[in-house]
Design a protein around this ligand. Structure first.
Ligand code: UN1
Length: 512
């Protein structure tokens, strides 16, 4: 245990066998079978978690409904104070939680720490928000009347999160939902359940310390079946789901079918346009981090480079050179740049994508492959790969959650933008240019159609202060900063008559 995993697990309260349904500090036994969480870093079993079932789900929902009645009446700034303390509790265990995330999910330790920092940051953001949550006032057309709007909490917010950001995405939703007065039920990815359990313990302790009832933060471990319970349940007014477009369509349809609300943050197919006017060092750096960071498993990972024909060969050569220096290995070892993908299924998808791009006519610039031998026993380590391709290839139109980068060529900026927009997804996009006309064209109404559009920054690494999400098959939801909090509340318009008349709107006469 050269990286001190055992000690971190102990500090985080993770045992060999864990229960997976909780209303806070109370854990519910279900006698269902357990999910075993294996590390993609070294293939070893970390711990087991019992899955939730219909009964534990019902117990959680009924406790959450009771808790909501109490929590919604706690003044928002006091709710913010509790979220502030959750942020502080995360500060205390930042290195342990970062390590667990890295070990269970496979991202580098530094990225694991970065993910926990995003959680701390969103808590700070939510604390400030807890004294805002502003509504507008407006002028009534009637004398002696006042009009304004206020925002009220929704109730139980269901959070379904993915393995790649196993803890941060929960916090983006939960920290906001809590200051808004909602209670949360979280279904973390069944591929990273221990990271979820660790967070649940941290938050539940803070709520308990403040004498808050069980049910404000709930957790249930399970697969799509638990997700189905949540999306069909009209007691959950909002389901926020992060993951594949396939999953998002199922959730969106089920929630839409009952006219509930969903907040969807789904697949991306993110591109960087590298123009002939790019700062080439920045372009290569941005592309490299975007494509190989988190082993290509961010929603915001760079999947396509759209390169001006004049600089195409230069980009290709420099990238191939940079890729040859990448060190692949155990993510906890800070000398490595790239860790494993999440599991063997991900390796299969990676290999399938490579064979598809080749059979469509793609050419390898940096050939992929699965690594074998010492240090790679888990079978989850793959080589970051680059292929020359065309945007219309079926596989290029598709999000493959792996470190595969496609190179595409263009001649005019209009063409580059058309290629960038010519995919079903619309999450993140970027242009590398020092030319103001190109940059502005990219950001204009006729430019990028994505939720995120960057200039001289790659596609990944969005800050929590902005609204995060995208268009088209990415699902349209916005999480995290800006006014994303509005999704977690219901708006109420109030008109108050303080005159002694009752003038009817639009001047209508109605004598009695
Ligand atoms: C995700 O992959 O689901 O922008 C989130 C980024 C991170 C978040 C990614 N801040 O890369």
């Amino acid at each position: 245990d050269q990286f001190g995993i055992k000690k971190s697990l102990e500090i985080l309260g993770i045992k060999a066998e864990n229960l997976g349904s909780s209303t806070g500090n109370t854990w519910i036994e279900t006698k269902e079978e357990s999910i075993a969480s294996y590390s993609p870093a070294d293939g070893s079993l970390i711990a087991k978690v019992q899955v939730g079932n219909q009964e534990s789900y019902e117990a959680i929902i009924s406790q959450a409904s009771i808790a909501f009645e109490k929590w919604r009446s706690v003044p928002a700034p006091q709710r913010g104070e509790i979220v502030r303390e959750i942020g502080n509790a995360l500060r205390e265990v930042k290195s342990d939680l970062g390590k667990l995330v890295s070990y269970e999910m496979g991202k580098s330790y530094q990225e694991g720490l970065g993910e926990v920092q995003e959680m701390i940051d969103i808590c700070d953001f939510a604390v400030g928000l807890s004294r805002q949550l502003y509504g507008l006032t407006m002028h009534s057309e009637r004398p002696g009347h006042r009009m304004y709007e206020q925002w009220h909490p929704l109730g139980i917010v269901g959070i379904i999160s993915a393995f790649n950001f196993p803890v941060a995405v929960w916090s983006w939703n939960a920290a906001l939902a809590w200051v808004c007065g909602d209670v949360c039920l979280w279904k973390p990815s069944e591929k990273a359940p221990l990271s979820g359990i660790a967070c649940q313990k941290i938050a539940a302790k803070v709520f308990e310390k403040h004498g808050m009832p069980e049910g404000i933060c709930s957790l249930i471990i399970g697969d799509y079946k638990v997700g189905e319970l949540m999306s069909h349940d009209s007691r959950i007014p909002l389901v926020s789901a992060t993951g594949s477009t396939r999953m998002g369509k199922l959730v969106g349809q089920a929630v839409g079918g009952r006219l509930g609300r969903s907040l969807l943050e789904l697949g991306g197919n993110n591109a960087i346009i590298i123009t002939e006017n790019a700062d080439m060092d920045m372009a290569i750096r941005g592309a490299l981090f975007g494509a190989v960071g988190t082993a290509g498993q961010r929603c915001t990972s760079t999947r396509r480079l759209i390169i001006h024909s004049k600089v195409y060969e230069e980009v290709k050569t420099r990238l191939a050179n940079a890729y040859s220096k990448l060190v692949i290995g155990n993510p906890l070892d800070e000398k490595n740049h790239v860790g494993p993908v999440i599991d063997q299924d991900a390796v299969i998808m990676y290999l399938e994508a490579i064979s598809k791009v080749k059979s469509s006519g793609g050419k390898a610039v940096v050939e992929g492959g699965v690594l074998e031998g010492e240090g790679f026993e888990s079978g989850c380590y793959v080589k970051p790969a680059i292929y020359e391709a065309e945007n219309h290839f079926e596989i290029v139109q598709h999000e493959t959650f792996a470190p595969i980068l496609y190179l595409l060529k263009y001649n005019t900026i209009e063409e580059a933008i058309a290629i960038q927009n010519g995919v079903p997804q619309g999450l993140s996009s970027a242009i590398m240019t020092l030319n103001m006309r190109e940059a502005e064209a990219f950001l204009s109404v006729a430019g990028s159609d994505c939720g995120i559009a960057n200039v001289n920054i790659g596609t990944s690494g969005a800050e929590i202060g902005g609204a995060f999400g995208g268009e088209k098959e990415t699902g349209g939801g916005r999480e995290s900063g800006s006014d994303a909090w509005k999704a977690y509340m219901r708006r109420q318009t109030n008109t108050i008559n303080y005159s002694s008349n009752l003038p009817l709107a639009q001047g209508i006469k109605f004598d009695i």
